[in-house]
Design a protein around this ligand. Structure first.
Ligand code: WT7
Length: 651
C-alpha cells in the first residue's frame, strides 16, 4: 500500500496498559441501545448488530418511526434501481425542522432549555424549545420576504452565534437548502462556494469573535460577493459585534431591522418535503481541483443522525450535551443543529477558542452548566493536555458521563489523558469515525463497547464495513488496506452538486460495489478498526479537511509564484501541518520575508487554518511524465523515508 498522506495513525497498545477499557455495567444496561436490543429480543449489542446486518431495511425503518414524525409514510425503504444513486424512504414526506423544532412546541419540551449559548466574551443566552421555534419562525419569514423559495441554495457565512443555527433551520423550514461556509474560511473559499451553489442570498454577520479578535466576516463577504459574477442579490447581515462596517444600501439588509417588523411573527408554514429532496450542500475538499458540494437528503439523513446520536451518546432527557465543533462543519450540522434538537436535548454551544481567556475555560463551562456529555476533537484534547492535569482538576467535572472524539485518529496518549483526567476513569470515550460524505456515524462504540484507545471500534448498527486490498480482497490479519462501506446507508451523500459523474468516480469506482472512503485502515484480531489516514491528497490539519490543490492554487494566485506543491507532515498538536514547496517566477528571489508573505497570503485567501507551516523555495518539483506533482516523493524526502517506486518520475 502506498504511504498514506497522513501520519497521525494511532499506534498499538503500550505494553502494560490494559487491552480494553470497559464501560460500567450500569451505563451499559441502562443505555438507549440496550433498551432497543431488549425490545427486539436480544441480550447484547453483538446479537442486535447481527440482526441489523441481516435485516437492514427493517432496522432503518424502525429508526425512522422510533425517532421521527412523518407527514406521509414511505413506500420503499431502499431503492437500489439506479445504484450508486441510492434512494431511501421513497414516497415519504418529512421536514427535519418539524422534528427538531415545531413538534416540541406542542409537547413536554416546550419550556425545556434547548440551547445554552456562551460567548467568548462571557455573555450567556438561553432558549427554550418554545423560544427556538419563535426565532426560527421569524428568521424563516425574513428569508421568505427576501424571495427565498423552495429549492434555492442560501449560502451562510457566520460565526458561532445562535443566529447561525436559526438561519440553517429557517432555510430548511421553507424548503430551501443551505450551504454553510465555515467562518474560519476566507475570500477565495467563500467566493468559490457561492458561485458553485449560485446563491442569490448570502447570510453573514458584521463580524465574529475569536481569541478576543473580531473576524471581519462582512469585509470578506463583500470581497467574495464582488467576485461572484453578479450572482448575489441580497446580503443579510446579522449584528454581532456592533463595530462599523461598510454597508451597500442596494444589496445589504440588516437582519434585526427586517425581523422587527410585526409581520415576521406570523406563523410560517414548514414545507412538506419529499424524503429524497435535497436538504443541504456542504463543501468539502477532495483530491483535485475545486471543493465538492456534497448533497444531503431530507429523509434518510435525519433517520441516521437521530439514531446514531441516541445510541452512541445515549442522550437522556436530563443530559446536558456539548459538542465543541462549529456548526459550519458536518459534525456541527448533524450533531449540533439537527440531532440534539430532534432528540429534545439540552445543549451548550460555546462561541470561542478553548483556551481563551485561559486554559480552564472549557472546564469552567462544563462545570457551570453541568455538562454530562462532551464531544470534541483530538487536536483540542492534545492542546489542552499541554497545560497539565491541574487545570481540569480545579473544576467540578463530576456530572460528565460520556466523552467523544472525532476528526482524526486520537493518539492513545491523548485518549488516556482525556479518559483519566477529564473523564475521571468513569466516562467511556466514543471515538466516532465518519465523514462529511457519510452524514452520520459509521464506525463508533456505544455504551456497551469495550474500548481500545485510538480505535473507533466497530461499525454502527446496520453498517457493514471492511478493509480491502487494491484488488478488492479482504486485507489479511492486521494488514493495511482501503476502508470501504459495503452497502448503502440512509445518511449517505446523494451526489456531488452539478457533477454526478464525479460522485461515481470518487466513491464507487475504485472497488466496484463498495463505497471507498479515502482512508487507509486495518482491522485487528478482535475486528476493531484502526484508521491510519487519508490515501488521497487531503490533509487533516487540526481535524479540518483541506485539499492540497486548494493550498496550491492560493499560492499560485500570488504574483511571485510560478508553481507550488503542498503536503502534510506530522505535527504534535495539529496532527498534520501543511508544508509547501514553491518555484518562483523570474525576477523574484527567495527570502524569509517572501516566505512569510506567502504564508500570510494563503491565510488571507483561504483562511487562517490553511496557512502553511513552511514555505520552501525549490528550483523544481518531482513530477510524473504526465506532469502530475508527486507529493508522496516530497513527503518521503521530508521524512527521510525511502522514495518508493519512481518509475513514473519525469526523467
Ligand atoms: C475524514 C473525514 C465526520 C466529522 C469530521 C470529519 C478522518 C474522522 C475520525 C476518527 C480517525 C477520523 C478520516 C475521514 N476522521 N473521524 N474518529 N478516527 N479518523 O469529517 O472533514 O469529512 O473528514 O476525517 O480521515 O475520512 P471530514
Amino acid at each position: 500500500m502506498a504511504i498514506s498522506n497522513e501520519s497521525t495513525a494511532a499506534t498499538s497498545e503500550q505494553s502494560g496498559a490494559p487491552k480494553f477499557y470497559y464501560p460500567s455495567e450500569e451505563l451499559a444496561q441502562n443505555s438507549n441501545i440496550m433498551a432497543y436490543a431488549r425490545e427486539k429480543g436480544f441480550s447484547s449489542f453483538e446479537e442486535l448488530y447481527q440482526w441489523t446486518i441481516q435485516e437492514p431495511q427493517q432496522f432503518w425503518s424502525d429508526m425512522a418511526t422510533r425517532f421521527l414524525e412523518w407527514y406521509q409514510p414511505w413506500n420503499q425503504v431502499l431503492d437500489e434501481s439506479n445504484a450508486p444513486f441510492f434512494k431511501w424512504f421513497t414516497g415519504g414526506k418529512i421536514n427535519i425542522v418539524h422534528n427538531a423544532v415545531d413538534r416540541h412546541v406542542n409537547g413536554p419540551n416546550r419550556d425545556k432549555t434547548a440551547l445554552i449559548w456562551e460567548s467568548e466574551q462571557g455573555e450567556s443566552r438561553r432558549y427554550t424549545y418554545g423560544q427556538l421555534a419563535e426565532e426560527v419562525n421569524r428568521f424563516a419569514n425574513v428569508l421568505r420576504s427576501l424571495g427565498v423559495q423552495k429549492g434555492d441554495i442560501v449560502t451562510i457565512y457566520l460565526s458561532r452565534v445562535p443566529e447561525l443555527l436559526f438561519a440553517m433551520l429557517a432555510t430548511v423550514k421553507i424548503g430551501a437548502m443551505h450551504s454553510v461556509v465555515y467562518g474560519g474560511f476566507s475570500i477565495d473559499a467563500l467566493q468559490a462556494r457561492i458561485v458553485d451553489a449560485k446563491s442569490r442570498v448570502v447570510i453573514t454577520g458584521d463580524g465574529g469573535w475569536m481569541n478576543n479578535k473580531i473576524v471581519e466576516l462582512k469585509k470578506i463577504t463583500d470581497a467574495a460577493v464582488d467576485e461572484a459574477q453578479g450572482l448575489v442579490e441580497k446580503v443579510l447581515v446579522v449584528r454581532r459585534t456592533g463595530h462599523d462596517i461598510a454597508f451597500n444600501e442596494s444589496r445589504d439588509v440588516w437582519y434585526h431591522e427586517l425581523a422587527a417588523q410585526p409581520a415576521m411573527d406570523e406563523p410560517c408554514a414548514t414545507e412538506q418535503m419529499d424524503a429524497e429532496d435535497p436538504m443541504f450542500l456542504l463543501y468539502t475538499s477532495g483530491s483535485t481541483g475545486t471543493p465538492k458540494g456534497l448533497v444531503h437528503s431530507c429523509g434518510g439523513y435525519q433517520v441516521q443522525v437521530a439514531a446514531t446520536l441516541s445510541f452512541t451518546f445515549d442522550i437522556k432527557p436530563d443530559d446536558v450535551y456539548w459538542c465543541t465543533a462549529d456548526p459550519g462543519w458536518i459534525t456541527g450540522h448533524s450533531y449540533i443543529v439537527y440531532g440534539p434538537f430532534i432528540l429534545g436535548a439540552t445543549q451548550v454551544v460555546y462561541e470561542g477558542a478553548p483556551t481563551y481567556p485561559n486554559p480552564g475555560r472549557w472546564w469552567e463551562i462544563a462545570q457551570k452548566y453541568g455538562v454530562t456529555i462532551q464531544y470534541t476533537a483530538p487536536t483540542a484534547v492534545r492542546s489542552l493536555m499541554r497545560f497539565g492535569d491541574e487545570v481540569p482538576r480545579q473544576y467540578d467535572l463530576s456530572k460528565l458521563r460520556l466523552l467523544g472524539s472525532v476528526g482524526e485518529p486520537i493518539n492513545p496518549e491523548a485518549w488516556r489523558w482525556y479518559y483519566r483526567v477529564v473523564g475521571q476513569e468513569r466516562c467511556p470515550i466514543m471515538d466516532t469515525w465518519w465523514q462529511t460524505e457519510t452524514g452520520g456515524f459509521m464506525i463508533a462504540p456505544n455504551p456497551t463497547t469495550p474500548l481500545k484507545p485510538g480505535s473507533g471500534t466497530k461499525p454502527f448498527l446496520g453498517i457493514e464495513a471492511d478493509v480491502l486490498t487494491e484488488e478488492g480482497q479482504p486485507a489479511s490479519g492486521n494488514d493495511d488496506g482501503l476502508l470501504v462501506i459495503k452497502r448503502p446507508w440512509p445518511a449517505m451523500l446523494r451526489t456531488i452538486h452539478g457533477d454526478p459523474q464525479r460522485y461515481v468516480d470518487t466513491y464507487w469506482s475504485r472497488l466496484p460495489g463498495n463505497y471507498t472512503a479515502g482512508d487507509s485502515a486495518r482491522k485487528d484480531e478482535d475486528g476493531y478498526y484502526w484508521i491510519i489516514g487519508r490515501i488521497d491528497d487531503v490533509i487533516k490539519v487540526s481535524g479540518y479537511r483541506l485539499g492540497t490543490a486548494e493550498v496550491e492554487s492560493a499560492l499560485v494566485s500570488h504574483p511571485a509564484v510560478a508553481e507550488a506543491a503542498a503536503i502534510g507532515l506530522p505535527h504534535e498538536l495539529k496532527g498534520n501541518a501543511i508544508h509547501t514547496y514553491v518555484i518562483l517566477r523570474q525576477g523574484h528571489e527567495p527570502s524569509d520575508a517572501l516566505a512569510d508573505e506567502l504564508r500570510k497570503h494563503v491565510g488571507k485567501e483561504l483562511g487562517p487554518i490553511a496557512r502553511p507551516e513552511t514555505v520552501n523555495f525549490v528550483p523544481n518539483l518531482p513530477k510524473t511524465r504526465s506532469g502530475k506533482i508527486m507529493r508522496r516523493v516530497l513527503k518521503a524526502r521530508a521524512l527521510g523515508l525511502p522514495e518508493g517506486d519512481l518509475s513514473t518520475l519525469e526523467g
